[in-house]
Write a protein that binds this ligand. Sequence first.
Ligand code: OSB
Ligand code: MG
Length: 366
Amino acid sequence: MKIERIELREVAVRLKFRFETSFGVEQELRKLLLTLYSEGLEGYGECTAGIMPGYSYETVESAWQVLTEFIIPQVIGQDYATPAQLIDDLRLIRGHNMAVATLENAFWDAQAKAAGVPLWVLLGGVRTEIPVGASLGIQPSIDETVALAQRHAAEGYQRLKFKIKPGWDVLPLRAVRAALPEMPLTVDANSAYSLTSARVFQQLDELGLDYIEQPLAHDDLVDHAQLQALLTTPICLDESIHSPEDARKGLQLGSGRVINLKQGRMRGLLAARRAHEVAVSFGAPVWCGGMLELGIGRATNLHLSSLPGFTLPGDTASASRYWDEDLVEPQLDHQDGLQRIPPGPGLGVTIKRDLLARLTVRRATN
Ligand code: OSB
Ligand code: MG
């Protein structure tokens, strides 16, 4: 596919809820959307970077800069046969995986559209109905946490994940477990603890959680292995895994037994698929995380989740949970805890152009 032209947009959107995690509070968000033009087709990619470098060092601003100054000038006018060729051509850009993934995702979408097949077919997926859970932010009180949990359980979500931070962990989770004895529950610390808090995790270990997500430092594998050895509950790695090699090292060391795969953090769908293959070879389940995506990113996550190793419910909840109005059609909402991958070619979604124009705050084209 020859990359003829690229348009990059920054859009401003407001989450329907205040999303608090151990690294901060988010509600007014910015997202980058990339459109790749090739042979009469348009491929779309949504950048997963957030405004602040709280989850990752990457930000909307850093991704904008790396895309406009380095990535886009390098690929414009080039002809790549496969996503692997595109990724190889960008090998000298160290890190900035979310920026690279934005273009890589758009390339996959365009390629699937050129082939006339849904993206999941090109990826090698095996299912079109994706089990989903919900990721619930830190609430002002335990009562509100329990009420939120009950509401999402009643809406059919197949697993509930609770953000925790030091001082907000064992008590709210005990209350939720008492209210929902049979519900699959998990926690996500977003790297907020160290090994000195092992006692907190030993208490959480008694609540029958499906896993404990990224309890320790964002760049750690060694301490996670030590903590995992103390626990029955599997540790799920998120922030620590940036490549298929990281996945191998983490599973080999016993740093965790589950991986939250986010294709943006991994440099795109190709690397995420390879990391998924690594996990399968270790017998470790994976699931697709979320980064509060709009429709393009949400659809990308659903296609990735079609791969055989994605055996745990993902964070790709209903678009209507997050947004008053999403940017794409069809609307990506779950039914009975299942998201259906839209059937059209590529991502299977179209962009609402009027809405996109209204939300755009910055635009660059080549
Ligand atoms: O750690 O999984 C995470 C959102 C932003 C950054 C990191 C994370 C999250 C979520 C929300 O948990 C997932 C979603 O609902 O999209
Ligand atoms: Mg996480």
